[in-house]
Design a protein around this ligand. Structure first.
Ligand code: DGY
Length: 323
């Protein structure tokens, strides 16, 4: 008998067809994100679920007695209560590798956009303000040969470092829980303590995963250590930053600008002060959002689910839940 699975996110037809070949599939068809109550009701019989971002905690698990596998269609899994899942023997999977280059591209898009004022000057041109050649008030800041500081040297951090070093001739420094000597040698990176990175970098890129230890990791003190000419880029999770401290650092000119893909609250509230700032580039959590990469992520999430339920084949189990 095929296992019952519930899909709570939108998937391409090929991923649905693959799941239907191996499982009895039911799906969320609403045009908004699924609510917790609807999820519990719809997934009541499911042994496996495939989703993006739905919080998986004890209050939900207690009401899904058949559940064995949760397949996240994202590399981040801060929506998993790992302790609750471990206690119930639930396998949690995610989609690493396939999005590394795509997220690194987006980080560079933010670096370039904020330093060369692309979004701001696009608004300027559209508003009909371009009346003469590029005067000094339109000047930006160079990216090439500056210092790039990356906090979090996982696979995506590495892809960002490679772009900085090889594409833009940047001096790349990094901070991570553990040193990566092989990456240092291969790409010519320098490991530094966090305070040194904050003080030296022209571009501070935050890529650390959200965990209880990294909640609010970059806050008032960290912004105070950065150069007043530095740009801050966040493509990890909004909660890794103290957003009020970021707003203050931008308002007081403690840092020069920011490029942000992630926010404390998503979607960002319409009255948020960041929306008023010209020196900030904001995008709606699109790090992995290209057609090619989202397709690969969907197929990988579907294969993870099927393989984990069957107990064979390759499965990307999140590291804290690995047997
Ligand atoms: C992820 O997969 O965790 C990324 O945030 C998607 O952009």
């Amino acid at each position: 008998m095929k296992p019952k699975v519930y899909v709570a996110t939108s998937l391409p037809q090929q991923a649905i067809a693959y799941l239907e070949e191996h499982c009895e599939v039911s799906r969320w068809t609403g045009d908004r994100g699924i609510t917790k109550e609807a999820f519990i009701e719809e997934a009541a019989e499911a042994e496996g679920v495939l989703l993006t971002g739905t919080t998986i905690d004890e209050s939900l698990l207690a009401r899904l007695p058949h559940l064995r596998v949760v397949s996240n269609m994202s590399v981040g899994y801060n929506n998993f209560d790992l302790q609750a899942m471990r206690a119930r023997g639930i396998l949690g999977t995610h989609t690493p590798y396939v999005l590394d280059d795509t997220v690194a591209d987006l980080v560079f898009a933010l670096i370039l956009s904020v330093s060369r004022r692309i979004a701001e000057l696009d608004r300027f041109v559209r508003a009909g303000h371009w009346v003469k050649g590029s005067a000094a008030d339109l000047f930006g800041t160079d990216v090439h040969h500056r210092t790039l500081g990356i906090i979090g040297m996982g696979r995506i951090g590495e892809a960002i470092a490679a772009r900085g070093r090889l594409g833009f001739g940047m001096d790349v420094i990094y901070h991570n829980r553990s040193r990566k000597p092989d990456v240092e040698d291969r790409l010519g990176l320098r490991y530094v303590e966090l305070d040194e990175l904050l003080a030296e970098a022209d571009f501070v890129v935050l890529m650390t995963p959200l965990t209880p230890q990294t909640q609010g990791y970059i806050g008032k003190e960290a912004f105070a250590r950065m150069k007043s000419s530095a740009f801050f880029i966040n493509a990890s999770r909004g909660q890794t930053v103290d957003e009020a401290a970021l707003v203050e650092a931008l308002q007081t000119g403690q840092i020069a600008g920011a490029g942000l893909d992630v926010f404390e609250q998503e979607p960002i509230p319409p009255d948020h002060p960041l929306l008023q700032m010209e020196q900030v580039v904001l995008v709606p959590h699109i790090g992995s959002a290209t057609a090619e990469t989202r397709f690969e992520m969907a197929m990988l999430a579907a294969r993870n689910l099927v393989h984990a339920l069957r107990g064979d084949g390759e499965v990307h189990i999140v590291k804290e839940l690995q047997p």
